[in-house]
Design a protein around this ligand. Structure first.
Ligand SMILES: N=c1c2ncn([C@@H]3O[C@H](COP(=O)(O)OP(=O)(O)OP(=O)(O)O)[C@@H](O)[C@H]3O)c2ncn1[C@@H]1O[C@H](COP(=O)(O)O)[C@@H](O)[C@H]1O
Length: 108
């Protein structure tokens, strides 16, 4: 079974490669051709669907919707010239810092 890191790395490479493909043959290419705003809208829709599945305890649906969220996040990042590595760097920098402490450091 592939790790989530391996799957996301392969997915990201596919998304990157689709940038130069025809929107007729690739859903990713068609989404990217519509711009970052459209990619953001699709990401938001999928996030809401995942939230609904999670709130109602539909485990299989949540796993499928979470996969949609990660795919659409990958497309949104690519549309903005970012990668999962950029997100990983932010998460890694937060390791060992309590969310409560981080919030307090923002003065909120
Ligand atoms: N992981 C995904 C993935 N997850 C979800 N989706 C697509 O995301 C779309 C979102 O679902 P919706 O029901 O909201 O779609 P829709 O209403 O048809 O879409 P819109 O017209 O609103 O954009 C569907 O068409 C799904 O097939 C994905 N499309 C592609 N991938 C990966 O990207 C690869 C390349 O795909 P292509 O770019 O199509 O070759 C695939 O092999 C997969 O690995």
């Amino acid at each position: 079974m592939s790790s989530i890191g391996d799957v996301l790395t392969r997915l990201e490479a596919t998304i990157e490669a689709r940038k130069s493909e025809s929107p007729d043959s690739s859903y990713t290419a068609s989404l990217l051709s519509k711009g970052a705003e459209r990619c953001a809208k699709k990401f938001g829709e999928e996030a809401v669907e995942a939230a609904l599945a999670g709130a109602t305890g539909k485990k299989d649906e949540l796993a499928a919707e979470a996969a949609d969220v990660l795919y659409h996040l990958g497309v949104l990042l690519a549309a903005n010239g970012l990668s999962f590595a950029d997100v990983a760097a932010v998460l890694a920098a937060r390791e060992g810092v309590s969310g409560h402490d981080e919030k307090a450091s923002r003065g909120k």
